[in-house]
Design a protein around this ligand. Structure first.
Ligand code: AGP
Length: 372
């Protein structure tokens, strides 16, 4: 009913709007005033966490994209090798696991069979398994050694939105916690990231308040035959996530690429008017990645692409390469997916609605996939 949807037309829109609060709820009680990470609830001892020499992140779909982002954060902050793998592929590859391997399984529902089977395999191999999950008491956290709940609240729409952002936050917390325990980051370095994390709900509220142009753009793209998404570094999983949302909701051909890979093949897809959504890294710091993505944008534009550019506000130079510019609030590079994903969620939702599809219940899909 309309009441259940809190006045929104779809659960998905309601859940998109809930994201600032959902992030705040994931952070709640897990940060000290001095900016330390408090994860006492995670039932792995500090010694267990110090002994970890390799991390695997295993998940499906959107949760897998959260894992891809986490890999960048964990390797950068913790300096231990971290692999991310699709749950459906993991055990068949016979991965090398032992007591000092930490396997992080990510699942909104906690019931995804592929992820559950991967977790069982990891446990048989004596790895320590930590679940990031949104559904209290579900199977995956029950069978894991430890769990960090995202506390994002129930997600009804089949397309995952707030679960994704809260999974990202949970991954950041775990990364910072590991870095803190293992002494690879100074307390003030952790506190500096924590301060930025604490600011994300407000930034997100600002961003959500100015999505009208994105909605218009969505309506305008409803007849596009293909939409491509490009990004680099953490913008790459964001591109994959944007494409997945569009496929599952709007039944449209959509693909995400690492921006640097375009020239190795996919650039030949570009025709006059092909829509390309470009996720631009922050120009802060040396802005090397940002400049690389900007030249990738120029490459596709020179071949006729219609560019939809998601860039940090204040990055005025990028405007000249953008047919549509979607500015997002500043965040440190690793946290940027908390902002850059949101316009892509809205875009997919709007295109699907404009095409007349059931946004909350796309065809052929179930909210949790309990078969392998
Ligand atoms: C996302 O929009 C999807 N519907 C889907 O990819 C989902 O993320 C995947 O099936 C994993 O589900 P889980 O997080 O509940 O394990």
């Amino acid at each position: 009913s309309a009441a259940e949807k809190g006045g929104y037309e779809y659960f998905m829109l309601k859940e998109i709007a809930e994201q600032p609060q959902a992030i705040a709820d994931t952070l709640l009680g897990r940060l000290s005033e001095r900016g330390e990470i408090i994860l006492d609830e995670v039932r792995l001892t500090d010694q267990d966490l110090r002994d970890v020499d390799k991390v695997f992140i295993v998940a499906c779909g959107t949760s897998y994209h959260a894992g891809m982002v986490a890999k960048y954060a964990i390797e950068h902050w913790v300096r231990i090798p971290c692999e991310v793998e699709l749950a459906s592929e993991f055990r068949y590859r016979d991965p090398i696991l032992d007591r000092s391997t930490l396997v992080i399984v990510i699942s909104q529902s906690g019931e995804t069979m592929d992820t559950l089977m991967a977790l069982r395999h990891a446990k048989e191999q004596k790895a320590r398994v930590l679940a990031i999950c949104n559904s209290n008491g579900s199977t995956i956290p029950r069978e894991s050694d430890a769990v960090l709940y995202t506390h994002g609240g129930p997600e009804i729409a089949v397309a995952s939105t707030k679960a994704f952002l809260t999974q990202l936050v949970a991954c950041y917390l775990i990364g910072l916690h590991l870095a803190q325990i293992r002494g690879v980051m100074y307390a003030d370095e952790v506190a500096a990231v924590v301060e930025k994390l604490r600011a994300t709900p407000d930034s997100l509220r600002t961003l959500l308040g100015r999505m009208e142009e994105v909605r218009e753009l969505g309506r305008d793209l409803k007849t596009a035959s293909t939409v491509l998404f490009i990004g680099r570094h953490v913008g790459f999983p964001v591109a994959l996530e944007g494409a997945l949302k569009l496929k599952e909701l709007a039944y449209m051909h959509a693909e995400g690429f690492a921006a640097g890979e375009l020239k190795h093949g996919p650039i030949s897809l570009i025709e006059d008017g092909t829509a390309v959504v470009c996720v631009v890294p922050s120009p802060a710091g040396r802005g090397v990645m940002r400049d690389k993505v900007v030249s990738n944008i120029q490459e596709v534009r020179a071949r006729g692409a219609r560019t939809i550019v998601i860039a940090e506000e204040g990055d005025e130079d990028v405007r000249q390469f953008a047919d549509h510019l979607i500015p997002v609030p500043h965040t440190p590079t690793l946290l940027a997916p908390l902002m850059t994903t949101v316009p892509l969620q809205i875009l997919a939702c709007e295109i699907a609605a404009a095409r007349g599809y059931d946004v909350d219940q796309p065809r052929n899909l179930a909210k949790s996939v309990t078969v392998e």
